[in-house]
Design a binder for this molecule. Structure first.
Ligand code: G6P
Ligand code: MN
Length: 445
């Protein structure tokens, strides 16, 4: 069989000034034979960040993809027209907006987190209107383009886009890739050899079994971990990444849950299973994750700037191999019509019969030029089914509140969230959000 030669691709990144962009470009460079880039458009409303990241990206492209045209722009339209793939990684309201999302619930003794709990609710309500607008713009100006969305909360955003436009889109998150690649390196096999029996929602998913040549390896891994120190496990991860205390805590807590249950959860499960510990820590430190990330970003951007002057690799990068492997892998599967398997966020369509048919779920799916084809993952185990179903109901109501601009539905949504203790607290948090995010949540007044 003759493999068709793939023409050069036009790819844009909306939110291209993000500190994640260089990691992503590195992924395109690694895959340049299979996914040749002819044009890369970086679009961002923050011109300062766009210029620093853009110049750094140009330096990365020069030796490896000298014929790839790089365009930096603040106009969204230029990142839509003529593109084959539009990658979106925006943060509506910036990290300052995230700080408000995370800070307010802590005042009520509730978890303050970007995508989980009230923080994710506020982020969804602020982000969905903008992403719906982007979806409609793609539908109108370039309906054949693919939107590959990394904008959080990715599952809720996908649900809203699916309800308001007919564009081709896939929502992704790097966590499944982190799990697949780390487990593969622990077992010293290539990740393609492992099959993940994996189910759930974005940031609330589980690997129930992991098969290698027909045998579930999770019991063996669980046993091996009894004799493996945390340090040995850590040696599988990027040293740079583990300097970040969030990543370290996630790893330790995920392993705690795995040792306990024999199933491997998403790292964000810690917010549901160790709620008391985490909230105690958050109330004690009084610092939000947003504040930590603001500091990290400053250092990373300064590092990009410095390496531009010294013409060498920066010390720190944000996001990295996994983020790029997922994004570039999915684009490659569509562009080359490979029907490869990726764990992505797609309409359920019966994959998980315990969840509604149209709900966006995180499951393994075959990906090719015609789109995503989720595999049947079957019924969920009783110990985790209830939590997933109640978060699914909260998500559905949140999307409905954003699309119908309804305060009452927003209040119902937050009340439903398992991390919110009462309707009274839900109302206080919601009202505080509307007040603090004057511009972006005005539509709920
Ligand atoms: C993980 C999550 C992403 C999130 C990222 C950064 O990779 O899957 O959705 O954006 O962490 O989180 P941070 O708290 O460092 O901004
Ligand atoms: Mn994610």
């Amino acid at each position: 069989m003759v493999k068709e030669a793939l023409h050069g691709l036009n790819v844009s990144i909306i939110g291209g000034g993000s500190a994640y962009t260089p990691g992503l470009v590195e992924g395109f460079i690694r895959q340049k034979e299979d996914i040749p880039l002819s044009k890369l458009v970086l679009m961002d409303i923050d011109e300062h960040k766009l210029n620093i990241v853009g110049s750094f990206v140009q330096m990365m492209l020069n030796p490896h993809l000298p014929n790839c045209e790089l365009i930096l722009t603040t106009e969204r339209e230029r990142a839509i027209y003529d593109m084959d793939y539009i990658i979106c990684q925006i943060r509506v309201g910036g990290l300052e907006g995230r700080h408000i999302d995370e800070y307010i619930p802590i005042q009520y003794g509730v978890i303050g987190q970007e995508t989980t709990g009230p923080g994710g609710f506020s982020m969804a309500l602020r982000t969905i209107p903008v992403m719906v607008e982007i979806g409609k713009e793609i539908e109108e100006k370039n309906p054949s383009a693919w939107l590959i969305n990394y904008t959080n909360p990715t599952g809720l955003v996908a649900e809203a886009i699916g309800k308001t436009s007919k564009i081709k889109h896939i929502a992704i998150c790097d966590e499944p890739m982190v799990l697949q690649e780390s487990l593969a390196s622990f077992l010293r096999v290539s990740p393609e050899r492992l099959f993940f029996d994996y189910f759930g929602l974005n940031h609330l998913a589980w690997a129930r079994h992991v098969f290698l040549q027909g045998v579930d390896v999770l019991p063996k891994v669980r046993q091996a971990l009894e004799h493996t120190s945390v340090e040995e496990v850590e040696s599988l991860f990027d040293e740079e990444l583990l300097k970040d205390p969030k990543v370290r805590t996630e790893l330790v807590n995920t392993l705690r849950i795995f040792k306990d249950t024999g199933m491997m959860p998403s790292p964000y499960l810690q917010y549901y299973w160790f709620t008391d510990e985490i909230i105690e820590h958050q109330m004690k430190t009084g610092i939000t994750r947003a504040q930590e990330v603001i500091e990290m970003e400053k250092q990373i951007l300064a590092g990009y700037n410095q390496s531009l002057q010294e013409d060498k690799r920066p010390q720190m990068q944000r996001g990295g191999k996994w983020h790029a492997d997922m994004m570039v892998g999915v684009i490659g599967a569509i562009a080359n019509d490979t029907r490869d398997l990726f764990i992505v966020n797609v309409p359920n369509h019966g994959s998980l019969p315990d969840l509604p048919y149209h709900k966006i779920v995180e499951v393994p799916a075959l990906i090719d030029a015609s789109g995503t084809h989720p595999l049947a993952m079957g019924k969920m185990p009783l110990q985790v089914k209830g939590l997933i179903q109640s978060v699914a109901a909260y998500e559905e109501l949140t999307v409905k509140a954003a699309l119908e601009e309804s305060y009452a539905t927003a209040l119902d949504a937050l009340t439903c969230h398992p991390l919110v203790p009462s309707r009274r607290i839900a109302k206080s948090i919601l009202d505080d959000y509307i007040k603090a995010h004057e511009d972006s949540l005005n539509y709920l007044r």
